[in-house]
Ligand binder design. Structure first.
Ligand code: PRP
Length: 216
């Protein structure tokens, strides 16, 4: 459907900035690679949605950087709304999803672009898509920055994928571990000692830590 095909991050020789070297093992995708890829994705999306009433629905919180960069490259009229969703599990694969913010805009009869930072097991997007479908949009297309296909559990595929990534613990460019690292301008691989240590200290009452365990 989309002429924009997923990319595997190209090898590069960019070193992890000194500040993050003890926590981030290596940079998987640089900020320049992300910026280039987003421009390509945006062109494909603009072509596919030309002349339509587009509603961009973005999932909180991990999409913050990706969304901002994506929509500023989208040269077509759109409306923007957010859905808040979190995994409140005990660190197992079956963590329960809890909706923390509902959609406010009507999507009935509209074209919806559902944006997320990473498609992992697919549980989040599968649940969110089902919720959106009940609101009777004209069509729903899914756009993710990262696709970790190796961990898929639910049968959900994205229409627009920035990068195919291996099954590694990634943070940065919006993605967190226990709410940290979202501000890194690149996507990096976290050292196991960081998230293993974080797990021991995490309280079961803190969903973000639990979710981070699940992603490891
Ligand atoms: C992360 C990410 C995706 C989801 C993907 O969200 O932002 O929404 O996990 O995982 P899945 O495919 O296995 O469902 P998280 O609940 O960690 O919230 P966040 O966006 O606030 O980081």
């Amino acid at each position: 459907m989309s002429p924009s095909f997923p990319q595997t991050p190209a090898r590069h020789g960019v070193a992890v900035p000194r500040r993050w070297r003890r926590e981030v093992e290596r940079i998987l995708i640089t900020d320049a690679q992300i910026a280039r890829r987003i421009r390509t994705l945006a062109r494909a999306i603009a072509r596919d949605f030309a002349g339509r009433e587009l509603v961009v629905v973005s999932l909180l919180n991990g999409t913050v950087m990706f969304l901002a960069d994506l929509i500023r490259n989208l040269s077509l009229p759109l409306r923007l709304d957010f859905i808040g969703v979190s995994s409140y599990g005990a660190g197992t694969e079956s963590g329960e999803l809890v909706f923390t913010k509902e959609l406010r805009l009507s999507v009935r009869g509209r074209d919806v672009l559902l944006v997320d930072d990473i498609l992992d097991t697919g549980k989040t997007l599968s649940r969110v898509r089902a919720r959106l479908r009940a609101l009777r949009p004209r069509r729903i297309r899914i756009c993710v920055l990262l696709n970790k296909a190796a961990r898929r559990v639910e049968p959900v595929a994205a229409d627009y994928v920035g990068f195919e990534i291996p099954d590694e613990f990634v943070v940065g460019y919006g993605l967190d571990f226990a709410e940290r690292y979202r501000n890194l301008p690149f996507v990096g691989v976290l050292y196991p000692h960081v998230y293993q240590q974080g797990c021991r200290r995490a309280s079961p009452a803190r969903p973000r830590a639990a979710r981070a365990r699940r992603r490891a």
